[in-house]
Design a protein around this ligand. Sequence first.
Ligand code: DC
Length: 224
Amino acid sequence: MNKDVFSIAIDGPSGAGKSTIAKETAKRLGIIYVDTGAMYRAMGLKTIRAGINADDVESVCSILDGTDVTIEFRDGVQHVLLDNEDVSDVIRTQEVSNAASKVSAIPQVREKMVQLQRKIAEDKTVVMDGRDIGTNVLPGARYKFFVTASPEQRTSRRYRELKQNGKLNGMTFNELLIEMIQRDERDSKRECNPLKKAADAILIDTTYMNIEQATEALLNKVAD
Ligand code: DC
């Protein structure tokens, strides 16, 4: 293990600003950003395409071995490949979010993705975001953060993002809020490596902070 290699773990619920903060942190520190949610999203997309219910553990497990999820970095930007197809863009829909949340509760799926995540961080300095990075994937990460915000604030950010990208598909704010709360419940109540703040993670609540302020708060800790 190279001593100069270190990791920054960022966990938290969706819409808290994790990925924006992590991307900016990566840019400022000249390190790699690893978005672990994209891997579960790729698996979620696979179930949709295969016509499998993402809740159906047996069926999901039956296609797991034949599914190839890989990560490539081009110009420092992560691309997620599903069976050799770059799906980085098509995984950003609400339908895929929900399927990802369901498949991510399956221990066999997690095992496969966690192995890949640990391998990436083995020889590279990374900022990795997800739900269980500080608690399970990289428990020895040098810096750990838990980024959160109120469900309303997170929904409002997600609503804006989906609208901007033309991926709202007619959903109302309230429908999105309900889905967000359901997803939080599923992610934090599942048995296998749930969304949870690591005891030694620093809490950053972005409800009343903009992303620049949150990024500064994080970078100040890393510079300490
Ligand atoms: O961060 P995201 O919204 O792209 O993640 C999609 C889903 O994947 C989310 O519902 C929870 C799950 N996930 C997880 O269980 N563990 C991770 N490390 C990252 C994401």
